[in-house]
Write a protein that binds this ligand. Structure first.
Ligand SMILES: [Cu+2]
Length: 745
């Protein structure tokens, strides 16, 4: 390095500024800890305590099937009132407790019971969770476990022994002595047609990379309700469009040639379902694309589960059922929301095969909030992101650490936050000004078997929060038969991509500058008035039609009904400088519609999906719109969202919760092979300030650049900026420059 370069570096180093964090950060961290998930130590102590309770008679869940075992544990969220008392009034810190789900298989009436265990970290009490429903959770509604899958796999091997030659002739793959050519299966849900059933359709597939896309034309209905696997039975088999009551019947008809046989081509060597690159682009390249970098360090701070960035501060946790929850969202120390969280994600399918027509995935029942595997640096999140490990206790006997399962990062959006070029319309300009648009992202993923959801919460400098889910992974596909074409597209010679609707439900507990809020809508109405400046004419124009909504029923917008364009949460008691009630607006980015007629069998389990938006009074007993037990019993759900609005409470000047449903119809097409890609498959909503502030709060952003010509000939410009003039090595070693003229040559 020459002397000049060294001097430059020294000057640069002396002017490098770093982000300044408030002195209250450590207090913020302490406050946020009221929401923090159970630590590994807490989980272990809860387990030890419960295993010692003789009357529970617990055994490890990973070594027994159908006994009494701890299935899951998570933080028991303290009541909002006591949390707010702690956060806002210096009240006592709420006691930490765990919520534990125990499977009681070894009881005269097997059931599932939820317990509260506390206090942490040294528990000495446990009590069952009481609910208004006053009915035990049905044992058959429990999520699947590793042990149950192991038993199913074993029984499938046994049951399909007689079928072995048919499977081999059909696909070249089998369950027996299969070495590299093995079959696998996908079990679909719900598992039956009525409450209390547990019988699953299994789709047989070749076990190659991306096996989800390799159905072999055989589907099996297995009744696995009994806790004694010896009593399990195959109730039906579907083979190439034909139904059989037993393995025997299929074998008999197969051997007598009394059915239509299939023989699949062998594509297992070079499957269409892999990520392996193939083919060429017109413009070939094998060098890196652009990357995100932070040339002068991070501008946000993560302390435990507490995050600070520009005006923002919030806490987060990741619950095992549905995943990310963001709490106590504040902007410049003013609260906007108490909680914004994922509640449920569903995908309801159609098809001509029994598995296709039966599939109604309700993903929290598959531990959607626990399947957050490691994020790849530079692909799933920027390399420089802050990565956090997450701990789960779900179908396990010890806490499991999911490394780098959550990431937080700041990224440029590539579009300015604000900008203006102030033309003089004669070849020059009076000023140019712009603000870079950087956004803080909190991200997790859920790989629910074949599908991958990417969950984002974005915090913009102008007070906007964006909530977004992107879908990717493998489609859920069934064997192609010609009548399948009414339910999707043929995407490979033997594969139908089945149509399905994705719906995602969020809880948005807004607290606009306090808990007392009201809800109103704004749309436009034409008015027709005599033209005041030309009385022989009329003026037709739109005027604002502001409708205060006073009850829960009135605030429930069914899919298909008219939804006013502005959905406003207002604080009627607090006004901005201009006399307007402080408000935030929910703005949708979604193409959702309902998936089943109201009250149809399985629809009861997802009654939240009736409404694009429902607004309810906050109630501790209405913490979630869904549960992990609904997937296996949607017919008699233990959480029935419709009840949240049934009592039609008054919602004026009250603590309000918005239940937001977004989604999209997915008709798989050739380009879903090998994977569904994220562009176009992202939906969500925005929370936007609307008279909450007195002006755009991003005026505080130092990501601003202003350029003013200093002489008539535009030979010199005055550049004003509030960040170091030189960015650093990471992007460019040249200072920002600007000319901005458009003279002709
Ligand atoms: Cu899809």
């Amino acid at each position: 390095m020459d002397l000049k370069a060294l001097l430059q570096l020294l000057i640069l180093m002396s002017v490098v500024r770093v982000a300044h964090f408030s002195k209250s950060s450590s207090k913020g961290r302490y406050m946020a800890s009221v929401f923090s998930d159970l630590t590994s130590e807490e989980m272990t102590s809860v387990r030890t305590f419960l295993m010692d309770q003789e009357q529970l008679n617990l055994v490890p869940i990973r070594s027994h099937f159908g006994k009494n075992a701890i299935f899951m544990m998570e933080l028991n969220l303290p009541k909002k009132r006591s949390v707010l008392n702690f956060l806002d009034n210096n009240g006592p810190k709420p006691q930490r407790e765990a919520k534990v789900v125990i499977f009681f298989g070894d009881r005269a009436q097997p059931n599932v019971t939820e317990y509260i265990v506390g206090p942490l970290p040294h528990p000495y009490y446990y009590r069952p969770v009481t609910s208004k429903r006053n009915k035990p959770i049905r044992f058959e509604s429990r999520p699947m476990t590793y042990m149950e899958y192991e038993k199913i796999q074993k029984h499938l091997m046994e049951f399909t022994k007689e079928l072995n030659h048919i499977l081999l002739e059909t696909s070249g793959f089998s369950f027996y002595n299969c070495s590299s050519r093995c079959l696998s299966f996908t079990d679909i849900a719900p598992r039956g047609l009525n409450s209390g059933e547990r019988r699953s359709w299994l789709i047989l597939q070749k076990y190659v990379e991306g096996f989800f896309l390799h159905p072999i034309g055989v589907e099996i209905l297995l009744n696995h309700r009994s806790l004694n696997p010896k009593e399990w039975m195959i109730e039906k088999i579907w083979y190439n469009g034909q139904y059989f009551d037993s393995v025997k019947e299929l074998v008999h008809k197969y051997e007598k040639n009394e059915l239509s046989k299939i023989q699949l081509s062998d594509d297992s060597q070079d499957p269409y379902s892999t990520f392996m690159p193939r083919g060429e682009f017109k413009i070939k390249t094998d060098i890196h694309g652009p990357k995100i970098c932070e040339p002068q360090g991070k501008r946000y701070r993560v302390l435990g589960n507490y995050v600070e960035y520009t005006g923002w501060s919030f806490a987060y946790r990741v619950r095992p059922s549905a995943g990310l929850q963001i709490f106590d969202i504040q902007y410049n120390n003013e609260r906007i929301a108490y909680e914004v969280s994922i509640q449920e994600a569903i995908a309801f399918y159609s098809g001509s095969t029994p598995a296709g027509m039966q599939t109604k995935y309700i993903d929290s029942g598959w531990g959607m909030g626990t399947v957050h595997y490691e994020l790849a640096k530079g692909i799933d999140c920027p390399e420089e992101a802050t990565y956090q490990d997450l701990y789960n206790y779900y179908d396990t006997d010890k806490p499991l650490r999911y490394k780098n399962a959550l990431c937080i990062f700041e990224q440029p959006t590539g579009v300015p936050l604000r900008r203006h070029f102030d033309s003089t319309y004669n070849g020059g300009y009076s000023f140019y000004a712009g603000v870079e648009n950087q956004v803080l992202v909190v991200r997790t993923t859920s790989t629910v078997y074949n599908y991958d959801y990417i969950w984002d919460f974005l915090f913009y400098q102008n007070g906007v929060i964006e909530v977004k889910v992107s879908a990717t992974g493998y489609i859920h596909a069934t064997f192609f038969t010609p009548d399948g074409l009414q339910f999707g597209n043929r995407v490979q010679s033997d594969v139908l991509g089945n149509l399905h609707t994705h719906l995602i439900n969020y809880k948005v507990d807004l607290d606009i500058a306090g808990t007392e809020n009201s809800f109103e809508t704004i749309d436009l109405k034409y008015e027709n008035i005599t033209n005041p400046w030309s009385p022989d004419h009329f003026i037709v124009q739109s005027r604002m039609d502001r409708v205060p909504i006073s009850s829960e029923r009135q605030a429930a917008f069914r899919f298909g009904s008219h939804v006013p364009r502005y959905l406003m949460f207002v604080n009627p008691n607090k006004k901005n400088k201009w006399g307007h009630q402080k408000s935030y607006r929910i703005q949708y980015n979604s193409h959702a519609h309902s998936v089943l007629p109201r009250m149809w069998a399985e629809e009861k389990g997802i009654s939240w999906s009736r409404y694009s938006l429902a607004v309810t009074r906050h109630r501790e007993s209405e913490q979630s719109s869904s549960s992990i037990f609904i997937q296996c019993d949607p017919w008699d759900p233990n959480v029935y969202f419709e009840n949240f609005i049934r009592n039609n409470q008054d919602i004026v000047n009250k603590d309000l919760v918005a239940w937001v449903t977004v989604g999209f119809l997915h008709i798989p097409h050739a380009e879903d092979i090998p994977n569904t890609s994220t562009p176009g498959n992202a939906v969500g909503f925005l929370l936007r300030p609307f008279n909450f502030f007195d002006e755009d709060p991003s005026v505080a952003s130092r990501d601003t650049v202003i350029v003013r010509p200093t002489d008539k000939n535009f030979t010199k410009v005055n550049i004003q900026r509030w960040t170091p003039e030189v960015i650093g090595q990471c992007v460019s070693n040249k200072p920002f420059s600007y000319n901005g003229t458009y003279f002709s040559d």
